[in-house]
Each structure stands twice: as structure tokens, then as C-alpha cells.
Design a protein around this ligand. Structure first.
Ligand code: DHE
Length: 518
């Protein structure tokens, strides 16, 4: 399914040259790595090898990969031709910052843009009997694949290779037919959910945080850490429409932390990592004439390398501190924001742009994965914490914490569903990485701790469309997707998968279910 023939990589990447006594890491890199990862380390057939993109990988792990390779990928081990000191030097080299900030503008984007299957050639009706809105996209990080799962029969429908290190939520077209994925090294890809066909791909940056799709299905916004840009794409074929440099009102540049769609506001909301601002980029009614004019003329404008931020002007909302992790209330009137290294949350009203409350959240909440539900007639936000083994419940009418519930570990993700009284949270950042806990949203108490595969990392729940089943990931190389009954919590099916991470139900996402991320 991939547009790039992967076998080519092996030939290019694994030069059979015998290892020479070589201690200059830059020369080692050029000799052994550049063909696949780019002479500039910005990626080619293989991923970019710069500190921004290596993310949470440790140097020791990088040395292991250089020595032993990555199973089921084109990255083979070099232990047979490089000594331990050379491997260590290479690992050090890829963790060193680039001498100068790389450029990734329209010219580079346009050169990377590939169009795949013609949408006219796609089937008009689903080529399967199951509910097309109960499909799941499952990201298998172990070998960079996606499985499209039939959520009625719990059977895979398609499995295809993705770009390297897909991260963040899968985003769907409003009808649920197409899925958009972003990879950490800048690729945005659009696939057909019914066939797994690639429709278009484009590299929008060197390091991309995530993407959002406008609720009218016309636009995709990508947020980059490197370079400091936002890139607006036509959701149809991923043609770039505008490149928006990200800098504050005082011209300080900033990395993007994340982008979100705010459907009732017909705007994108942008979280920023380095400046005390939140951005709102409207794309709705008031923007329509400009937007349509631009779509008709964008070829001419872009050919001249025009990066016209004025077509999508941003409203800058000033904040008292940097807020880079967000949650929206269900009406998208307020943002609850927190700094990843902070101890409190701030509630910012999007209409006035003012802070209306401060929340005591000392355990570094992971607001991006919070959920909402009604408890005793009150609208409640529940969020796990990264640094504290607890879930906070916040009354969204008063912005007071109702309760902080101790859990078996700091958690990444929380999930609920309108048809289930239970919410699921992982303990990934604590000792009990192999367990998940079930919270009764009526009593705000833990009712069950499950450890289906002791000693093996467990996390990220997602409900089926009807809320009857919950899918969990055993995040191991020889991992699995577990299907649990949402009422009895019993695991009823196990599907082997290669380090599955996130999974995303089409219906729950496109209907903005209160129990999942959007
Ligand atoms: Fe994520 C979503 C940021 C590390 C798995 N992660 C997100 C989103 C953001 C984010 C902003 C929301 C994107 C969206 O809605 O499209 N993640 C970050 C970080 O800043 C952090 C801590 C460091 C980094 O390296 O970027 C980080 N994330 C991780 C991981 O280590 C995880 C566990 C494994 C991985 O794949 O890298 C991970 N992040 C995820 C997943 C989602 C996600 C599975 C989607 C959650 C969902 O259900 O919507």
C-alpha cells in the first residue's frame, strides 16, 4: 500500500562496505546512514535522526537499534561492521542538535506531495457487511502499521504500512469514510477506511505534533515543532493552502504543542509551547469568501512560494503562563489548559479570552485525555495525572475539584462512553504498568483493577460505538488488542498485534462522544 517501495531501502541503507577504523561520527553517518536518513539528518526513506524527532528514545536504546536493527523494518543491525565505540559515537551524533535550523517551506512540501488512489475509483458502498461507523483505526507502533478493525465482528479488515512513528489521534472526515494520520517526522497521510488505500501524503514539517480536521471536512491543520509553522491543507488531496509562521505578538517564535478543531466555533485552536498565547484560527462563515477565493487561486499563489498567513489570520489570546496541554468543555466555550511542567490548570473563556478560574492540579494532569460526564446533575471533567497516581474530578459549573481519587499509577489516557457507567484509566507511569482500573462514574470509586497479562504494559482504552465493549492495548512487541466486556470487565477476545498503542472508533470520534478525545 505504501507509495515508496520499502525494499529499495535495504539496498540503499545497508552499504556492504567493510567497517573502517573511523571515529568521526559525521563521516560514519555519511557512510552508513545518510542514504536512508538523509545527508542532512532530516529523513528520507528512513526517519529523521535529530533530537526533536527521537523524542523519548534514550541513547542506549539508539545504540541497540544501530547495533541490532529494528525487526520487521528496513533498519538492519550494523554490529557486524561497526565497533561498539563507533556505534556509541553515531548514537551521540544523532542526539546532537543540527548546526542550523532546517528549512521546510512550500517548495519542500510540494516536492513531497504524492497523490495515491483516485477517489473516483473507490467503492461507493462498503465492501463488507459490518457497520462502517463501528470501524477502528488501530496504530501498531511496533512495525509502523495501521490495522482497520471491524468493530462488529472484531476482525481486521485491512492492515497497511504507515510513515514512521504515527502519533496523536487519528482524525476522520465528517462522514467517517477517510482517516488522516500524522507521523512524528512530518508526514500527513489520508487513507480510505473501507479499502486501506492511500489517497494522498505530504510532508508538512521536520517534526510534527498533530493534526486537526475541520468539522466541515474541508481543511486539515498541521502543527509543527520544527520548523515553527502551522500548515493548512486542503482535506481533499492534502494540497498545501497556507504556511503560517508561528510567532507571538512580540515576534518570539514558538513550537506548536497541538492543534484542535472547535466545531461550534468553526475554528481551529492552537496550543503553543514557547509563548504565553493561545491561537484561534477561524475557518467558518465569516472566513468563507476569502477561503473560497483562495482555493480557486491557490495554485498561482503557491507557485510563487506565497506563504499567505493573512488568508487564515490568527486571533492571539494572551495567557498568564504557557499552556500546552488542553481540554475543551463540551460546548467549546472554555479551554482548560495546563503547562506540562506546571502544578495548576487555568480555565480560559474563549469568548472573552480571559482566565475565569484556576484549578489545583499538582500532579501534572494529562488534560488532553480527559473525559466528561454528568455526576449528580453536574457536568464533570475527569483527568488522569502524569506525575501523581490519581484521577481528578472537576465540577465544570464551579470549576472546583470534587475529588482526587488515588489510582495504581500515573496515567496517560482515560475513556468513557455515554452508554456505560464506567470509565477506564491506565497506570502506565507507575509500578502497575500491566494494570488498568475501572471507575464507576456514579460513585467516583474504583470498582475493578484488571491485569489480564501480568508483567506486560497495558493501556489506552476505547469503546465500541454502542459502548458494549472496550478495546485495550497490550503495548508490547508481541502485543495484542484485548476486547473486554464493558459491564463484566472480562476479556472476551485477544487479537495479536505489534505493539498496538492508540485505537480510534469512527462513530465515537465523529459524533464527539464525551467519553473520548476528538
Ligand atoms: Fe502523545 C495524543 C503529546 C508522548 C501516545 N500526544 C497526543 C496529543 C498530544 C500528545 C498533544 C493529542 C494529539 C491529538 O489529539 O491529535 N505525547 C505528547 C507529548 O508531548 C509527549 C508526552 C512527548 C512526546 O514525545 O511528544 C507524548 N504519546 C506519547 C508517548 O510516549 C505515547 C504513549 C506513545 C507514542 O506513540 O509515542 C503517546 N499520544 C499518544 C496517543 C495519543 C496521543 C495514543 C492519542 C490519544 C487519543 O486517544 O486521542
Amino acid at each position: 500500500m505504501r507509495l515508496i517501495p520499502r525494499l529499495l531501502v535495504a539496498a540503499l541503507c545497508l552499504s556492504p562496505l567493510a567497517a573502517q577504523a573511523e571515529d568521526d561520527p559525521a563521516r560514519l553517518y555519511t557512510q552508513h546512514c545518510a542514504a536512508c536518513h538523509g545527508g542532512d539528518r532530516l529523513g528520507a526513506i528512513g526517519p529523521a535522526l535529530i533530537p526533536d524527532n527521537l523524542g523519548r528514545m534514550k541513547k542506549a536504546e539508539a545504540e541497540r537499534v544501530i547495533a541490532q536493527g529494528r525487526p520487521a523494518t528496513n533498519m538492519e543491525g550494523f554490529a557486524d561492521r561497526l565497533g561498539a565505540d563507533e556505534i556509541a559515537a553515531l548514537a551521540g551524533y544523532i542526539f546532537s542538535p543540527l548546526a542550523q535550523a532546517p528549512e521546510w517551506g512550500l517548495a519542500q512540501m510540494r516536492a513531497s506531495h504524492v497523490k495515491g488512489a483516485d477517489s473516483a475509483s473507490l467503492p461507493k458502498a462498503p465492501p463488507f457487511a459490518s457497520d462502517p461507523l463501528n470501524l477502528f483505526t488501530v496504530v501498531e507502533a511496533g512495525d509502523h502499521h495501521v490495522t482497520v478493525l471491524d468493530g462488529d465482528r472484531m476482525e481486521p479488515l485491512a492492515r497497511f504500512a504507515t510513515r514512521f512513528a504515527v502519533h496523536g489521534g487519528a482524525k476522520y472526515s465528517p462522514d467517517g469514510r477517510f482517516v488522516y494520520l500524522a507521523s512524528r517526522d512530518g508526514w500527513v497521510s489520508k487513507y480510505d477506511m473501507w479499502t486501506g488505500a492511500v489517497l494522498a501524503e505530504i510532508r508538512v514539517g521536520i517534526n510534527t505534533r498533530n493534526i486537526a480536521v475541520s468539522h466541515d471536512g474541508r481543511l486539515v491543520l498541521a502543527g509543527n515543532g520544527l520548523p515553527n509553522t502551522l500548515v493548512m491543507l486542503d482535506a481533499g488531496d492534502l494540497t498545501p493552502l497556507a504556511v503560517i509562521p508561528v510567532q507571538g505578538e512580540d515576534k518570539t517564535p514558538s513550537r506548536v504543542s497541538a492543534v484542535y478543531d472547535a466545531p461550534p466555533r468553526a475554528s481551529f485552536i492552537v496550543a503553543l509551547k514557547d509563548i504565553k498565547e493561545i491561537w484561534e484560527i477561524p475557518y467558518g462563515k465569516g472566513r468563507e469568501p476569502v477561503y473560497h477565493g483562495f482555493v480557486h487561486n491557490h495554485e498561482a499563489g503557491m507557485a510563487e512560494g506565497l506563504a499567505d498567513r493573512s488568508l487564515f489570520p490568527a486571533r492571539h489570546i494572551r495567557t498568564e503562563e504557557v499552556l500546552d496541554d488542553f481540554f475543551f468543555d463540551p460546548g467549546y466555550r472554555n479551554i482548560i489548559g495546563a503547562a506540562r511542567d506546571g502544578k495548576s490548570g487555568q480555565v480560559i473563556n474563549l469568548v472573552t479570552g480571559q482566565r475565569i478560574a484556576t484549578l489545583p492540579l499538582p500532579g501534572m494532569p494529562h488534560l488532553g485525555s480527559g473525559i466528561t460526564f454528568t455526576w449528580q446533575g453536574r457536568p464533570v471533567l475527569a483527568t488522569p495525572h502524569l506525575k501523581e497516581a490519581a484521577v481528578s474530578f472537576i465540577d465544570m459549573s464551579t470549576w472546583h475539584e470534587i475529588k482526587r481519587l488515588p489510582t495504581c499509577g500515573g496515567g496517560f489516557f482515560m475513556r468513557g462512553h455515554e452508554n456505560s457507567p464506567y470509565a477506564w484509566v491506565d497506570c502506565s507511569l507507575g509500578q502497575a504498568k500491566d494494570s488498568m482500573q475501572v471507575i464507576d462514574t456514579r460513585t467516583l470509586e474504583i470498582v475493578k483493577t484488571i491485569t489480564p497479562e501480568p508483567g506486560r504494559a497495558l493501556g489506552h482504552a476505547e469503546f465500541t460505538r454502542d459502548g458494549r465493549f472496550v478495546l485495550l492495548s497490550v503495548m508490547e512487541r508481541d502485543g495484542a488488542l484485548l476486547v473486554a466486556d464493558a459491564d463484566s470487565f472480562a476479556v472476551v477476545k485477544r487479537l495479536p498485534m505489534v505493539h498496538p498503542v492508540g485505537k480510534y472508533n469512527v462513530f465515537n470520534k465523529i459524533t464527539l462522544s464525551a467519553g473520548t478525545s476528538h
